[in-house]
Design a protein around this ligand. Sequence first.
Ligand code: XLS
Ligand code: CA
Ligand code: CA
Length: 437
Amino acid sequence: MEFFKNVPVVKYEGKDSANPMAFRYYNPEEEIAGKTMREHLKFAMSYWHTLCAEGTDMFGRGTMDKSFGGQTPMDVYKNKAYAAFELMDKLSIDYFCFHDRDIAPEGETLAECNANLDVIVDLMEGLMKERGKKLLWGTANCFNHPRYMNGAGTSPDADVFAYAAAQIKKAIEVTIRLGGSGYVYWGGREGYETLLNTDMGKELDNLGFLLKLTSQYGRSIGFKGDYYIEPKPKEPTKHQYDFDAATVIGFLQKYNLTEDFKLNVEANHATLAGHTFQHELAVARVNGAFGSIDANQGDLQLGWDTDQFPTNVYETTLCMLEVLKAGGFTNGGLNFDAKTRRASWTPEDIAYSYIAGMDGFALGLRMADKILKDGRLDAFVDKRYESYKTGIGKKIAERTATIEELEAYILAKGDVETTASGRQEYLENIFNAVLFS
Ligand code: XLS
Ligand code: CA
Ligand code: CA
């Protein structure tokens, strides 16, 4: 059965193509900076938005039917799997990501949930082999069910903690079975609404323990990939403990998790935290925690997580600059944690959205490569710090300078002669000049 009948196999046709079902910038086998675009970008499809989300919002029921013609719950989920692989094939997407509860129907008990999962995982394993698709990462949905209303690892109820641990155990097993190269922890409701009812210290300690326990279990049964924490500042809780990249890195250090964990940075979460996407990626990179990316974009006029497909080329360029500077992805990739708008409700809209996002990032890669090859921005930054290459600066850089020596140096000098201009506007104009040359 074909689920996306009006979606053809999407091909690269070049920038002058007027075919809306073609790539204009994403040419999978084209080489840029030593690797093919496919290898650089490692696009992944998000199962939850693509196969599950039906366009509901606070004021309205779904506008899309994602049952894919299934009559029983199990058939619905089997058809979701067939539809998923059909779409990945048609769009040349090599990877996918899912939550345990996206791929199989929820049962009455944990045992029933696990049994349902096993049925679909069997099916997926076959489809993955047949179509050559890979799992970028798996995760557990520990935020949707009412039991998680007060959090999972940070719940005040020990039974909820135990349930979450057991659920994550199974999700990691499934991820390993499907050859996943990553496992994500997004702290869905790991946060709080008010300190009047919250013991923050206890909650953070418990969360650290949950991550330690489950990640070590994964290692003990052979997981070789990366674990990621995905920062987000708010929504659903008012204060999420994984606020931003810097907060998460501090948390990982405190609970001795840095060896096993990196970050999955999402664009929309960065802007919700009041940062740029580039800032969050740079924080991850300079701390050796750059892992994977949830590629989407928010709406700066709206204060919530809109998860739109990324089409802002300035943002994708700055993102790909960071990715290239980090040396590219190892176990990570670009997961489109993005959904069509409520009013873009047809199956074709899903294809148009992915094409827009993939071309958006293909352009970003092309532009980032141009910026690096142009070299003026990097040369400027290098020169800006050149005072650390000689004299007293060299001693500071080598950490041999003493406090007395620095004092004597300045006392002898009297004062600092004015420091050089930052030239922000000049550089912003170079950026535009390279992009539009
Ligand atoms: C929600 C998050 C979520 C994670 C995976 O805002 O983006 O979808 O990526 O649990
Ligand atoms: Ca995400
Ligand atoms: Ca999001």
